[in-house]
Design a protein around this ligand. Structure first.
Ligand SMILES: NC(=O)c1ccc[n+]([C@@H]2O[C@H](COP(=O)([O-])OP(=O)(O)OC[C@H]3O[C@@H](n4cnc5c(N)ncnc54)[C@H](OP(=O)(O)O)[C@@H]3O)[C@@H](O)[C@H]2O)c1
Length: 298
């Protein structure tokens, strides 16, 4: 049992300090995002929690300050299911922050019932991919000016059973909640790959990752039998601290400084699906995302 558990647990650690570094982490009031925030603030970074629920966010800020001893932690409202909220958030960051060295695109929803964002996008592709796509677009000039900088996007191994339905990305003709989640997580990987190419030579590098199977609130939309199964599988899964390690690795590991666009798992480079390496598909998704968001991003 111990050996099996170890298989799923990364042993990576690093003493890298992050003084003079500013980080934005989406969905950092709980789960993997909160543990990432605790770690980065312990390293000395200024950490901004970008969250949709300000009450939960304030409670998380308090907890992070207490456990890290760093009081340079704050929260700001960001609802990734509403482009107006994303634009307001980015405007405030661009106005008030002199630099942004780490953008952690962590927030996510999984297998929710069919729903749409304020802009009419299916909820999972809307929040997990399009919301982060727009956020990154709006912050990219500040991030470039802050180089060296990193953009880390939390994907999932679930991407491997996904495909991008370019004809019906909003699943309007038929909705399968698992496929829609997988599609959004594949989109995270393709976005990271395309973004790396566009950022070549800027000192800004990009990473996507699978955090492991982690006991968090993410499972809230699963059926009761599915939730029961996840509970009995607990000894083989990760807790939030363990689940945050690959994100932290991508954000701080010095040897990754020259790497960009790759996919990671268990604090090491990992293999993503063939679709995750399909540059033609990545380009089509990029163009479709720009069109849906009414932005121009060459
Ligand atoms: N847990 C796993 O086993 C696992 C496996 C593979 C990948 N992942 C990925 O890991 C990431 C973090 O998930 P987690 O496991 O830590 O789940 P979690 O505990 O449910 O955290 C998800 C975070 O995203 C936030 N969020 C959801 N919708 C949002 C929106 N519209 N605007 C802004 N924030 C929003 C949530 O806010 P509220 O608290 O307000 O809901 C929460 O803070 C996700 O991208 C997920 O896909 C997780």
């Amino acid at each position: 049992m111990q050996g099996l558990r170890k298989l799923f647990r990364p042993s990576w650690s690093s003493a890298v300090k992050l003084d003079d570094t500013t980080a934005v982490i989406t969905g950092a009031n709980t789960g993997i995002g909160k543990e990432t925030a605790i770690d980065l603030s312990k390293r000395g970074a200024k950490v901004i929690l970008a969250c949709r629920d300000m009450e939960k966010a304030q409670a998380a800020v308090k907890e992070i300050i207490e456990s890290s001893g760093n009081d340079n932690v704050c929260c700001m409202k960001l609802d990734l299911s509403d482009s107006k909220s994303i634009r307001e958030f980015a405007e405030a960051i661009n106005k008030n922050e002199p630099k942004l060295n780490l953008l952690i695109n962590n927030a996510g929803v999984m297998v929710c019932p069919y729903g749409k964002t304020a802009d009419g996008f299916e909820m999972q592709i809307g929040v997990n991919h399009l919301g982060h796509f727009l956020l990154t677009y709006l912050l990219i000039d500040l991030i470039k000016r802050s180089a060296p900088a990193r953009i880390v996007t939390v994907s999932s191994m679930a991407h491997s059973w996904g495909s991008i339905n370019l004809e019906d990305i909003n699943s309007e003709k038929s909705y399968n909640k698992n496929k829609a989640y997988a599609q959004s997580k594949l989109a995270n990987i393709l976005f990271t790959r395309s973004l790396a190419k566009r950022l070549e030579g800027t000192g800004v590098t990009t990473y996507s990752l699978h955090p492991g199977v982690v006991q968090t609130d993410l499972w809230r939309h699963l059926s009761s039998p599915e939730q029961f199964f996840i509970k009995i599988a607990k000894p083989f899964t990760k807790n939030s601290v363990q689940g945050a390690q690959t994100t932290i690795y991508c954000a701080v590991e010095p040897s990754l400084e020259k790497e960009s666009g790759g996919y990671y798992s268990d604090c090491a480079p990992a293999n993503c699906s063939a679709a995750g390496k399909d540059d033609e598909l990545a380009q089509k998704l990029w163009e479709l995302s720009c069109q849906m968001l009414s932005i121009t991003w060459e």
